[in-house]
Design a binder for this molecule. Structure first.
Ligand code: AMP
Length: 281
């Protein structure tokens, strides 16, 4: 496995491989890797000749400066994990490499309803920052396929829209959520939880699983209220939002008979740490 830090080197390696007829899979990450990330790498390895993983904590997608400062950075351990998983190339640029001081990251994207709700509503500027970095990464690593986790359900919808708006010739592959043995969705931020918050955070996924069962017998609004009050009853947790949306438009649904697949998306503060999860209905 080779670790590259420069845009030009990475771009020419990928283009050379493509010119030799190799298929390339790409897994963009912010590092602090866990089994959820590894599942994306494994899927890419099954479906492509070469797998490239990027590790870049993208400052412009953090609306909360404290969240950016405390975000875990573990490049050495990440590279060991990726080498063991059979990754071929790691692209780990500096902030200056991605955002040169003399060229502001000023592109603005518009995602309409997809960015007006949930994460978009609670994290101003977040999805624009995601779109800026992902567009740049796709230019640097012009892969055949890119792998994204459904843990970030709304992000996947934004990426589909980005690819279609910019006519990017890349296939977006959606990968299922990987969970800890107790059900908590794996996240780089889980390592930042206090032991008490980690223990109580299990109630997020437990409540979502129970909601899946309960959906058979109660209406959408009642279920939303139940999820919020159940989690908020735990003194270590505070729901920021829980909404049940149609999976493509991300419009709120208020009836189980509304058309389309339905997904319940949640953000919860566990002390200082903000966690997200989702479940399909
Ligand atoms: P991040 O490093 O958090 O930006 O995540 C990089 C990619 O890994 C994104 O596509 C995430 O959705 C995906 N990912 C993160 N956590 C998980 C998980 N628990 N299961 C599956 N995919 C995940």
């Amino acid at each position: 496995m080779q670790v590259l830090h420069r845009i030009a080197d990475t771009n020419s390696v990928v283009n050379e491989l493509k010119n030799k007829g190799k298929t390339v899979g790409f897994v963009p990450t912010m590092g602090a890797l866990h089994a959820g990330h590894v599942s994306l790498v494994e899927r890419s390895k099954r479906e492509n000749d070469i797998t490239v993983v990027s590790i870049f904590v993208n400052p412009i997608q953090f609306n909360d400066k404290k969240d950016l400062e405390r975000y875990p950075r573990t490049l050495e351990a990440d590279c060991a994990l990726l080498a063991a998983a059979g990754c071929d190339y790691v692209f780990a640029p500096s902030v200056d490499e991605m955002y040169p001081a003399n060229a502001a990251a000023s592109e603005t994207y518009s995602f309409g309803q997809l960015e007006a709700v949930m994460e978009g509503a609670h994290r101003p500027g977040h999805f624009n920052g995601v779109a800026v970095v992902v567009k740049r990464l796709f230019d640097i690593v012009p892969a055949h396929r890119a792998y994204f986790g459904l843990k970030d359900f709304q992000q996947v919808a934004i990426i589909h829209s980005l690819v279609s708006q910019k006519n990017i010739p890349i296939q977006i592959i959606e990968c299922p959520i990987v969970r800890e043995p107790d059900g908590l969705a794996m996240s780089s931020r889980n390592t930042l939880l206090t032991p008490e918050h980690r223990k109580n955070a299990v109630q997020i996924s437990q409540t979502l699983f129970a909601a899946q069962e309960k959906a058979k017998s109660v209406g959408v609004d009642e279920l939303k209220a139940w999820v919020c009050s159940t989690i908020n009853a735990n003194p270590f947790l505070e729901v920021e939002y829980f909404d049940i949306v149609e999976s493509k438009s991300l419009s709120s649904v208020n009836s189980w008979s509304a058309p389309g697949n339905k997904v319940g998306c949640i953000a919860v503060k566990a002390g200082l740490i903000r966690l997200i999860d989702n479940i399909s209905f």
